[in-house]
Design a protein around this ligand. Structure first.
Ligand code: UGA
Length: 437
């Protein structure tokens, strides 16, 4: 099939490459000329494991191209909308400008029978509105909502081997013409047994926000338990292992630490609350306010613990922050808890150095006032305290004996509870975890 992918960011660039890998002819469209140039040269414009290799592989087939020209959408059977829906400035609601602009821009190039597929995370009700817009201009075109569940850092494999496919169509019927079209797009994952559910438009939109809200709730639940463990002298990591063995609960997403960040979970739960309010169902989601509050409290807690670790004052203390991205294997720093903590420490008088294997450029753009150092060894030199805030493999594997020779004072705060306290203490370090005695 010929496929258009509009928006070539963390979602769209991966989606375009993966659709080409599945055998389709794909044109990726983005307003950012630099991104288009990079992708056209098979360079990934951001760090995502396996993406660059995949770009190279599919570009050799001639099935993948990129452009800034929306007119190139003409002739495609399927058009994916993969643009961002960030939080509105000064409000909790999602900003739909990019989704609306992409849809309006695409409409003149639609032909009868075309299927427009929304993948962006949107407030419930958006798909029906876009369907009206599309059908009033091109009555024989369809809109489908097909939420994306990929995780950054695993985006390529999540797209090629999704754990489920959800199609939202007007009326929610299996017989809808667009269902067959999407089945052809996803023929390969469907053949390998990926479950697929057909729903109406609002249900498909809600599946995505509900899933992200559940994940955020799971993380905040375990972080609330970490607060309790701190108060009671208990160990949240063992608590998580023990409750996680109940397969109704499960161990995944029960890692207590500095909390969730990124371009999705934080803004999605806020937009969900805002939308529930508009629908008169705000009470249903008041618990998400607590989920958000627990999460934001983690950041303050780390600043306070760092102050304690440094003997009661941060003034002039040299703090090295290991990790800037919102999670490992990504260079994404959107709402990164690590960077937010680094900035708060600096505001309170600490001399902060941030290091990260991939995210320093993005971090420096967002927080230019912080000091960055690429080399871990140099970043460690003469530090009064280390803060492990993003659990990149390099930092999990640090040798406490070697690290002790570089720092000024062997003090470490393990913001992700990934280090072995016994090993670090044996090497002479003062070790603090979160929710661990
Ligand atoms: C999240 C969802 O997991 C994806 O399913 C979804 O498609 C995506 O948002 C999206 O809406 O596009 P992502 O933002 O890539 O994916 O990151 P996650 O793996 O969910 O991690 C989010 C944050 O939670 C990170 O800061 C991570 O460090 C933190 N986290 C995760 C914890 O603090 N504890 C955990 O146990 C797990």
């Amino acid at each position: 099939m010929r496929i258009t992918v509009i928006g070539c960011g963390y979602l769209g660039a991966v989606h375009a490459a993966c659709m080409a890998k599945l055998g389709h002819e794909v044109v990726g469209i983005d307003v950012d000329g630099r991104k288009v140039d990079d992708l056209s040269a098979a360079r990934a414009p951001f760090f995502e494991p396996d993406l660059e290799d995949l770009l190279k592989e599919v570009q050799e087939t001639g099935r993948l191209s990129f452009t800034t020209d929306m007119a190139e959408a003409k002739g495609s059977d399927v058009h994916f909308i993969c643009v961002g829906t960030p939080q509105k400035k000064g409000e909790n609601a999602a900003d739909l400008t990019y989704v609306d602009t992409a849809t309006m821009g695409l409409i003149p190039y639609l032909s009868p029978g075309d299927v427009v597929v929304g993948k962006s995370t949107v407030p419930v009700g958006t798909a029906a509105r876009l369907a009206n817009m599309i059908e009033s201009a091109q009555p024989a075109a369809h809109l489908v909502w097909n939420p994306e569940f990929l995780r950054e850092g695993h985006a390529v494999s999540d797209t090629l081997h999704p754990d489920r496919l959800v199609y939202g169509v007007t009326g929610g019927s299996e017989q809808h013409d667009a269902v067959q079209v999407l089945d052809a797009v996803y023929a390969s994952p469907l053949e390998s047994g990926t479950p697929r559910l057909v729903a109406d438009l609002p249900t498909a939109e809600l599946v995505k926000t509900a899933a992200n809200s559940f994940l955020a709730t799971k993380i905040s639940f375990i972080n609330a338990m970490a607060e309790l463990c701190d108060a009671a002298g208990a160990d949240v990591t063992i608590l998580a292992d023990a409750i996680g063995l109940d397969d109704r609960i499960g161990r995944k997403f029960l890692n207590a630490g500095i909390g969730f960040g990124g371009g999705c979970l934080p803004k999605d739960i806020r937009a969900f609350m805002a939308r529930a309010g508009e629908l008169g169902a705000d009470q249903a989601l008041t618990f998400l306010r607590e989920v958000d509050a627990i999460n934001m409290r983690r950041r303050t807690r780390v600043v306070e613990l760092t102050r304690e670790l440094c003997g009661g004052s941060l003034l002039g203390k040299r703090i090295t922050v290991l990790g800037a991205s919102f999670k490992p294997d990504s260079d994404d720093v959107r709402d990164s808890p690590a960077l937010s903590i680094a900035a708060q420490l600096q505001l309170q008088g600490a001399v902060v150095t941030v290091t990260d294997p991939e995210a320093l450029e993005n971090a420096a753009r967002r927080f230019p006032e912080l000091h960055y150092e690429k080399s871990t060894d140099i970043a460690l030199r003469r530090a009064d305290a280390l803060l492990l805030l993003t659990e990149w493999r390099d930092y999990r594997d640090l040798d406490p004996y070697e690290a002790a020779t570089l720092v000024s004072s062997p003090r470490i705060l393990d913001g992700r509870n990934v280090l072995d306290p016994i090993k670090w203490r044996a090497a002479g370090w003062t070790y603090r975890g979160l929710g661990r005695p």
